[in-house]
Structure formats: structure tokens, C-alpha cells
Design a protein around this ligand. Structure first.
Ligand SMILES: Nc1ncnc2c1ncn2[C@@H]1O[C@H](COP(=O)(O)OP(=O)(O)OP(=O)(O)O)[C@@H](O)[C@H]1O
Ligand SMILES: [Mg+2]
Length: 329
């Protein structure tokens, strides 16, 4: 049996919002027409009766009536617009509530699911590692275990990213402000990814300042650097080069990571920092990417008073610049 279709909250919200919009227009039109009609009628009746103010000529009466009419219209229009605005706000809130609840439920699910997945993944990892140390396993079995271990590591990375995202949304992702050397962190990260660079036959050229004092969360910065460097390595052609350079200038420490890969088109460049965005989903999936790396990296760097920006030219490569403020004293 198939599941009954979930009620389409978007379709209902669209209908209610369209109704709200039409309602507001009707109220505005009717209210201003009624007010104009009543005012004009009352003035015309006065004029018909010839009951002008004492010593007032017809011309003076018309001028006075028009002046008063203008002010009344302004006041009443203001009151109607205010009432409609407040009413619209309240109504829109109730219209959007089911959508907000839905989004909140999905976020809760992602948070719970990634939390629940952590333990079995950790157990699998330990089991694989223990099995790999067992001499009774033949070489073929060992290769299978190694490949399994790699997949578990990838999944653990994705689950960690999803959990971080949930914590960011719940304003529960802590960031500390500590002093550290960004240049040293860039060197460490490059070393950590030396295996990937070798596997992809890409040479990493590290240079620039020896010391780049920075203030921010070192763990998050390391994660951001690792993602940027990993992206550069994965998008480099075999035999290519990735340049990593640390710079200190104008109260800012930065690291640029430049590759000579296929590059990113201007239209795609706008989106690479969006959550779950991947230029080539099939290729990204193949290497286990979830499209969260840059979104989390930029969020963290901006929260630390720094930034992460990308420049790219199709066919010649991409340059990512990660910046952080330097310590004040
Ligand atoms: N140096 C680069 N050259 C070309 N495209 C890039 C480069 N860096 C990032 N991209 C594109 O931007 C997308 C988003 O990058 P991001 O790091 O956020 O995700 P990912 O690498 O696919 O997955 P993960 O969450 O594992 O990092 C990538 O899928 C890729 O298409
Ligand atoms: Mg990435």
C-alpha cells in the first residue's frame, strides 16, 4: 500500500496568501471609496442647502471643505493602511506557521538522525580497525576491510557536518576566540593532506609568510582550511600544482589556496557557499562530498570576523582566500 500524500503545506499557504493579498486590496479600495463618498455627500448636501458658515461665500466654503476633506482623507487612509498592515502581519504569521513547523521538524530529524548515526559508525570503525590487525585475515579480506574503513570515515565526516549544521541552526555551535598562527596551521593541514595529494599526483607548493598571527577558533579554521585544500586537490588535474600562500597585511592574516583545475562559472560561483550545493553532484557523490564544507567554513570564518572568498576562471583554476583578523596587541 502506498503512503497517503502529505498535505501540501506550500499549496495551502499560497492559496491563503493570495486570499490575504486580495482581501487587503478589497479593504483598502472599499474603505477609501466609502470615506470619499460620505465626505463628498455631506459637503454636497451642505452646499445644496446653501448652509455655508456665517459670512462665508460659496468660494470660501468650497476651499474650506476641500482643505478639511484632504486632511480627513490623509488621516483615514493612514489608519486603514496601519490596520491592514498589522492584520496582514498577523495573518501571514498564522499562514506561514505550518511551513515553519515543517522546517523545524525536518531540522530536528537531521539533528536526531545524525546524532544516532554517530555511535554505530564509531563501533564499525573500531571493529574494522581491530579486524585489520588480526593476522588470520587474508590479503583480499584486508582490502575489503580497508575500503569499508574509508567509507566509514567518509560517512563520519558527513554526519559530523550535518550535526554541525544542526547546531549552527540551533545557535549551539560554540566558537572560541584564541590566538594561533594561521601560517603554521596551513603547513600542518598541507602535511595532513599529503597522502591525498600524492594519491592524486598533485604537488602542493607552500609559501608566503612564516608567521601569520590570527584570532579565531583554531578547530573551525583547521576544518575550513582542510576543506578548501581538499577541494583544490580534488579539482586539480593529475600532475598539477596547488599553491598555498600565507599573507599578513592591514590587520588581516590570510591563506590563499590556488588550483589550476577546471574552474567554476560565474553563475555557479554564487552558489558554492550554499548548503548542499555541488556543481557536479554525480562527481561529488563519487568522492563522498555532501556540499556542506564551504557553507560551514564561510559561516565559521564570518562569525570570527574573517571571511572566505572565491575567485575562479573557467579553464584556468580557482583561488580561495581565507582571512582572519590579527590580534590587536
Ligand atoms: N577548487 C574548486 N574547483 C572547482 N570546483 C570547486 C572547488 N571548490 C569547490 N568547488 C565546487 O563547490 C562545491 C561545494 O564545495 P564544498 O566543499 O562545499 O562541498 P563538497 O566538496 O562537494 O562536499 P564536502 O561537504 O565534503 O566538502 C563542490 O561540490 C564543487 O563543485
Ligand atoms: Mg569540500
Amino acid at each position: 500500500m502506498t503512503e497517503p500524500a502529505a498535505p501540501d503545506v506550500f499549496a495551502r499557504a499560497r492559496f491563503r496568501l493570495a486570499l490575504l493579498f486580495a482581501g487587503i486590496v478589497v479593504i483598502l479600495v472599499v474603505a477609501s471609496s466609502v470615506i470619499t463618498y460620505l465626505n463628498v455627500r455631506s459637503d454636497l448636501q451642505t452646499a445644496a442647502r446653501g448652509a455655508f458658515g456665517s459670512g462665508e461665500t460659496e468660494q470660501e466654503f468650497v476651499t474650506r471643505s476641500l482643505g478639511a476633506f484632504r486632511w480627513r482623507l490623509l488621516f483615514v487612509d493612514g489608519a486603514v493602511i496601519l490596520a491592514v498592515g498589522i492584520g496582514g502581519l498577523l495573518f501571514a504569521r498564522s499562514t506561514l506557521r505550518p511551513i515553519r513547523d515543517n522546517v523545524a521538524a525536518q531540522k530536528r530529524f537531521v539533528a536526531d538522525a545524525s546524532h544516532e548515526l554517530r555511535t554505530p559508525l564509531a563501533i564499525m570503525k573500531t571493529d574494522f580497525q581491530v579486524a585489520l590487525r588480526d593476522p588470520r585475515f587474508a590479503e583480499e579480506a584486508r582490502l575489503v576491510l580497508l575500503s569499508g574503513l574509508e567509507e566509514v570515515d567518509r560517512m563520519t565526516g558527513m554526519v559530523e557536518d550535518l550535526l554541525t549544521l544542526s547546531r549552527i541552526d540551533a545557535h549551539q555551535e560554540p566558537l572560541v576566540a584564541e590566538r594561533f598562527d594561521l601560517a603554521a596551521l596551513a603547513r600542518q593541514t598541507t602535511q595532513k593532506l599529503a597522502g591525498l595529494a600524492a594519491a592524486r599526483d598533485v604537488r602542493v607548493q607552500a609559501g608566503g609568510a612564516d608567521l601569520a598571527p590570527a584570532v579565531g577558533d583554531e578547530r573551525h579554521t583547521q576544518r575550513a582550511l582542510a576543506n578548501v585544500l581538499k577541494n583544490a586537490l580534488e579539482h586539480s588535474p593529475p600532475g598539477g600544482t596547488v599553491e598555498v600562500e600565507s599573507v599578513v597585511a592591514g590587520g588581516v592574516s590570510s591563506v590563499t589556496v590556488k588550483d589550476h583545475g577546471e574552474g567554476i562559472t560565474p553563475g555557479e560561483l554564487e552558489h558554492i557557499f550554499d548548503r548542499f550545493y555541488r556543481v557536479d553532484p554525480a562527481r561529488s557523490q563519487e568522492r563522498g562530498g555532501s556540499g556542506l564544507g564551504l557553507a560551514i567554513a564561510r559561516w565559521a570564518l564570518r562569525r570570527m570576523g574573517g571571511d572566505l572568498v572565491a575567485e575562479s576562471t573557467v579553464g584556468s583554476g580557482t583561488r580561495m582566500t581565507l582571512t582572519l583578523p590579527t590580534p590587536r596587541s
